[in-house]
Design a protein around this ligand. Structure first.
Ligand code: AP5
Length: 211
């Protein structure tokens, strides 16, 4: 299964990606997580990305495309992958199409998580993230229930940055929905409600689409 998750910030892409990647036994590739891991390690890539992420802007395509191209060359992607947070504009979608055409391994589907802005703002402003494993939680807990790591609020989950991320999504990312609809690859599911029910709905919709 080669799958793309599309949706605004806070739609639950990371949350659903963990369950879908486990279900299909494919790696979960999150560009945001790769940038944050680089930032934690203090690499030049992380330092460069932070300047954009903290403002809610996209990291330049030249940096992001090269990073994804490299990741898709790892051997664990042979039987598929789930991309979370990439592509994020039509230019990135075209680059991805080119990379996969060269490998003769096209995308199977682009799964859109649909959600209202009011719910997004609620989710992002209360989200806490594990410093160690990156797991997201809907509100303050003492520590991560998976690894015991300390929780923090992402710099881009501050109110003024959330607004900019939503603008960037509408202006730059939302056009990829038409891109994948035109390609006959788009599936849209509602992303509100019980996490497990959303996962089950996604798996049902994907198996209908691919049957
Ligand atoms: P990235 O990390 O990709 O952030 P994002 O797309 O803004 O998505 P989020 O991680 O904020 O949300 P999500 O949809 O994963 O939701 P989550 O599951 O956490 O990117 C960060 C930045 O990196 C970008 O702004 C950009 O600067 C840069 N970047 C990344 N990719 C790039 C690219 N391709 N090109 C250029 N720049 C790039 O859920 C949110 C909250 O809701 C959590 O607290 C969760 O517990 C809760 N939740 C989840 N599901 C439910 C539910 N069903 N009900 C109630 N609560 C729920």
């Amino acid at each position: 299964m080669r799958l793309i998750l599309v949706g605004p910030p806070g739609a639950g892409k990371g949350t659903q990606a963990v369950h879908l990647a486990a279900h299909y036994s494919i790696p979960h590739i999150s560009t945001g997580d790769i940038f944050r891991a680089n930032l934690k390690e203090g690499t030049p890539l992380g330092v460069e990305a932070k300047g954009y992420m903290d403002k809610g802007e996209l990291v330049p395509d030249s940096v992001t495309n090269a990073m994804v191209k490299d990741r898709l060359n790892h051997s664990d992607t042979t039987n598929g992958f789930l991309l979370d947070g990439f592509p994020r504009n039509v230019a990135q979608a075209e680059v991805l199409k080119g990379i996969l055409e060269e490998k003769k391994t096209p995308i199977d589907a682009a799964l859109e998580l649909a959600i209202e802005n009011s719910e997004i703002i609620k989710r992002l402003s209360s989200r806490r993230t594990c410093k160690e494993c990156g797991k997201a939680f809907p509100g303050a807990l003492d520590k991560c229930d998976s690894c015991g790591g300390e929780l923090y609020q992402r710099d881009d989950d501050k109110e003024e940055v959330i607004s900019r991320r939503l603008e960037v999504y509408t202006e730059q990312t939302a056009p990829i929905i038409s891109f994948y609809r035109t390609a006959g690859l788009l599936i849209t599911i509602p992303a509100v409600g019980d996490v497990a029910e959303i996962t089950a709905g996604a798996i049902r919709a994907l198996s209908q689409k691919l049957s």
